[in-house]
Design a binder for this molecule. Structure first.
Ligand SMILES: C[S@@+](CC[C@H](N)C(=O)[O-])C[C@H]1O[C@@H](n2cnc3c(N)ncnc32)[C@H](O)[C@@H]1O
Length: 276
């Protein structure tokens, strides 16, 4: 989640006129550290093959050669899971960070998946596709960036009638949230909602046949927090004299420690719906 906040930070920094102010240089340094932390991880947010396939299995009437839009695809972990699971499909993977798309392009070559996957460097805020051109929109851990409500509403126009959307979104699982969790997540993601509130948003955005499931703890650790924690430990040795870098590394470690302690209070939830 910290990852997405830095994406927004990067976007904001581009809007600043005084590019050479100390503040911007500080932000640029933070971005570098931040991307170094994530660039070679298996994925950039919680999830694993089991959950991607579970979400796919909840889609009942997918056409035999679906056109799929994978928004905020990162280095494509879920893209390749989908491409390998579906006999035929045409996936367009969108991200605005080219090094992730480069990783996908290399894997397309090594796995010979040219027919199934292509990449496109675009912003999820201004997707450039014809209306009603996809059977399925997929966004794991990325709809947060545009906003859960806004993403569900705005992206719907790219779906064919009765097309599906699958998104994963961090959600509170209880109304009684411990103070430590509140303090951290109110700052990192002030508009984070409960599972029930998000279900209501999915319905109000015009989707039907809505399904959901909660990601288990192993979905956070095996492919995400464990590799991330290993990376943080390596980077702490490299950046021990760099205050700003250490701040980012410590904050990310804090996010991991918080989830270890309070995993029953929040998790990623997969939401699946069908366009009306
Ligand atoms: C938390 S990562 C999730 C990546 C991947 N779906 C996964 O679960 O491993 C969010 C992704 O959104 C991308 N992103 C950030 N802002 C974006 C934007 N405005 N348009 C498109 N992608 C964006 C980031 O580069 C990053 O790859």
């Amino acid at each position: 989640m910290i990852f997405e906040n830095y994406c927004i930070l990067a976007y904001n920094s581009l809007l600043l006129i005084d590019f050479y102010s100390t503040k911007v240089r500080e932000k640029e340094l933070k971005m570098d550290v931040f991307y170094e932390m994530f660039i070679d991880l298996p994925r950039q947010g919680p999830g694993n093959k089991k959950y991607t396939i579970q979400a796919l299995s909840l889609i009942k009437n997918l056409t035999s050669n679906p056109k799929i839009l994978d928004v905020g695809c990162g280095s494509g972990y879920q893209t390749f899971t989908l491409a390998n699971k579906l006999t035929n499909c045409e996936i367009t993977s969108v991200d605005n960070f080219q090094p992730f798309l480069d990783r996908i392009n290399q894997n397309i070559v090594s796995q010979n998946l040219h027919d199934k996957i292509k990449t496109s460097n675009q912003s999820m805020f201004a997707l450039d596709f014809p209306e009603e051109s996809f059977d399925l929109i997929w966004a794991e851990g990325s709809i947060y960036i545009i906003g859960f409500d806004r993403g569900l509403k705005e992206w719907s126009k790219f779906l064919k009638n009765n097309g599906y959307i699958v998104v994963s979104e961090i959600s509170y699982l209880s109304k009684n949230i411990p103070d430590d969790v509140k303090h951290f997540w109110f700052r990192e993601y002030p508009t984070m909602k409960t599972l029930e509130e998000n279900l209501e948003i999915v319905h109000r955005a015009g989707y039907y046949d809505v399904e959901y499931f909660i990601m288990g703890k192993e979905g956070w650790f095996n492919e995400y927090y464990i590799p991330l924690e290993n990376k943080i430990n390596k980077m702490k040795l490299k950046y021990q004299e760099n205050k700003e870098a250490m701040e980012i590394l410590n904050l990310t470690q804090y996010e991991i420690d918080l989830y270890k302690k309070y995993s029953k209070y929040y998790s990623y939830v997969f939401y699946i719906g069908r366009k009306n």
